[in-house]
Design a protein around this ligand. Structure first.
Ligand code: GUN
Length: 310
């Protein structure tokens, strides 16, 4: 076993002891970081500045999207941001949505705009994202911001990859020279995550796996860091992970459960078995999710400071 300590007792007997697994507690870290944002906002208000303002647009009635937007609204309230949620019916036309975005783009007092994805099928999501002013695209989804991220220029890093980077850094997880396998190539998580992990500062060697990767386990078994974002509960099993690896679970899938809500959240990692084998792991819930929420607050505050030249 590689992931163990070689110890010697008082009788000079050698024995091996498996090291504890670090639970990467995104919930606790996000609470602490959110507290700092709240303090900063209070100080700005005390100096006579207006509050940062995040606008969110939600089209349709998808339950998970409604929950996410409600959480974002709650976070804004907690830290002292102003927030406006535009809840539009599912049959909203693309034109009407573009018109609302244009109005928000031109509102000097709004620092961040997000359109919750997915949008209904009759709306072209790329067209919507491209219509957002990149300066207030705090999701970091606009091609201008994605381009800047790609060439390592200052930009809004989308909330989930940003949250993962902060989590790795705060827990002192070494990335330089490590082999990082990212599973999933979405524009929101996998793709930016893979780019960021390979960039200067992180300096990891990155492999990206996706639905056409013939043998995902062949890659993950030799990875020092595995980041999974596929939306398949329990996808990453213990037999796919190297002893002592760091495992980051981005998946949050609602699965049926016999409780008051009727569902529970499951990650992409088979947590109970993988936890026994790795050196560090994010739980679901309480890992990447809260860090994502923090990422959006961070980006909105960043936009606000740029706008007010603070
Ligand atoms: N849908 C799932 N994740 C996200 C996100 O981070 N931002 C937006 N706008 N929609 C999402």
């Amino acid at each position: 076993m590689k992931f163990c300590a070689r110890l010697q007792n008082s009788n000079n007997m050698l024995y091996f002891c498996r090291l504890m697994t670090t639970i990467l507690d995104g919930k606790a870290l996000a609470i602490s970081l959110r507290g700092k944002v709240k303090e900063e906002v209070a100080a700005l208000l005390a100096e006579g500045h207006r509050a940062p303002h995040l606008a969110a647009i939600l089209v349709g009635e998808d339950g998970a999207s409604q929950t996410y937007v409600a959480s974002k609204e709650k976070d804004c309230e907690f830290v002292g941001f102003q927030s406006t949620v535009h809840q539009l019916p599912a049959d909203t036309t693309e034109e009407a949505l573009l018109s609302l975005i244009d109005t928000i783009n031109n509102n000097e007092n709004i620092d961040g705009l997000i359109v919750q994805l997915p949008v209904p099928k009759h709306i072209n999501a790329n067209k919507i994202i491209e219509s957002i002013n990149p300066a207030i695209d705090v999701d970091g989804f606009h091609t201008v911001n994605v381009g800047k991220l790609t060439i390592n220029e200052d930009t809004y890093i989308s909330a989930t990859p940003f949250g993962v980077l902060v989590l790795l850094e705060e827990y002192g997880i070494e990335t330089r020279g490590k082999h990082c396998v990212v599973i999933g190539r979405s524009n929101i998580v996998g793709r930016p995550m893979s780019i960021l992990m390979s960039q200067g500062g992180r300096d990891a060697t990155v492999t990206i796996c996706h639905r056409y990767t013939t043998d995902v386990a062949a890659h993950t078994k030799i990875a020092d860091i595995v980041i999974v974002a596929v939306g398949l509960p329990g996808f990453l099993r213990a037999d796919m992970v190297k002893e002592g690896a760091t495992v980051i679970d981005v998946g949050i899938t609602r699965v049926e459960a016999d409780n008051i809500t009727g569902y529970k959240l499951k990650g992409d990692v088979d947590y109970d078995s993988v936890k026994e084998k790795c050196s560090a792991i994010t739980p679901v819930p309480g890992g990447v999710g809260p860090m994502t929420r923090y990422g959006l607050l961070h980006n909105t505050l960043k936009s606000y400071k740029k706008k007010l030249e603070l």
